[in-house]
Write a protein that binds this ligand. Structure first.
Ligand SMILES: CC(C)(COP(=O)(O)OP(=O)(O)OC[C@H]1O[C@@H](n2cnc3c(N)ncnc32)[C@H](O)[C@@H]1OP(=O)(O)O)[C@@H](O)C(=O)NCCC(=O)NCCS
Length: 155
């Protein structure tokens, strides 16, 4: 299913607008305006890949690097119309390949901690676990009032 998408690195000048359209389609996950604006701005600042199908953008992934050996999925989102159709998996795979080539050994991602029951984010956690991530720690204080789960994957 993933081969159907064209995945390209987003040009800096168009990235934010394209990623905003995807984020705005899924307010259940990206309903905190301040945080969403940060993800939109980061898409133009950090390496971002966009998966498209014909003329439509299906999803994007933004990656940040902390050290030579480690990186983070800063944001991943798939447009509502494309959920469950392989775009998220294709984006994670491409990012992992790219990072491996650069010598990165560990990839982390942060999501809502499991102590806060949430049906939507339970699906997100399922996605990360299926992609080979492991739960490392739930921490409080990083995000105001929201528990944060750190997941990690050895590349
Ligand atoms: C999580 C997300 C990136 C996965 O991408 P996707 O293209 O929908 O998922 P894929 O088709 O590649 O993979 C399907 C798998 O993900 C799971 N999944 C997780 N969230 C899902 C969703 N909202 N819709 C459909 N499937 C979802 C499916 O159950 C399926 O699991 P399986 O392999 O055991 O059958 C995407 O659904 C999304 O953008 N969700 C909302 C935003 C979000 O959670 N972002 C991350 C915030 S930390």
């Amino acid at each position: 299913m993933s081969d159907r998408y064209n995945i390209e690195e987003a040009a800096v000048d168009g990235a934010s607008q394209r990623c905003e359209a995807i984020l705005r389609s899924i307010p259940e996950w990206f309903g905190i305006e301040e945080a969403t604006l940060r993800y939109i701005a980061a898409a133009a600042r950090l390496p971002t890949w966009i998966a498209s199908l014909g003329p439509r953008d299906a999803g994007f992934i933004t990656i940040s690097r902390h050290f030579d050996e480690s990186a983070e999925i800063h944001c991943i989102a798939v447009h509502r119309d494309f959920h469950g159709m392989g775009a998220g998996t294709a984006l994670v795979r491409l990012a992992e390949e790219h990072l491996r080539q650069q010598g990165v050994r560990y990839l982390q991602v942060k999501t809502l901690g499991p102590s806060r029951t949430n049906v939507e984010y339970a699906r997100t956690l399922h996605f990360y676990l299926r992609r080979g991530f492991a739960r490392l720690e739930e921490i409080n204080g990083l995000w105001p009032g929201i528990p944060c789960l750190i997941l990690v994957k050895k590349l």
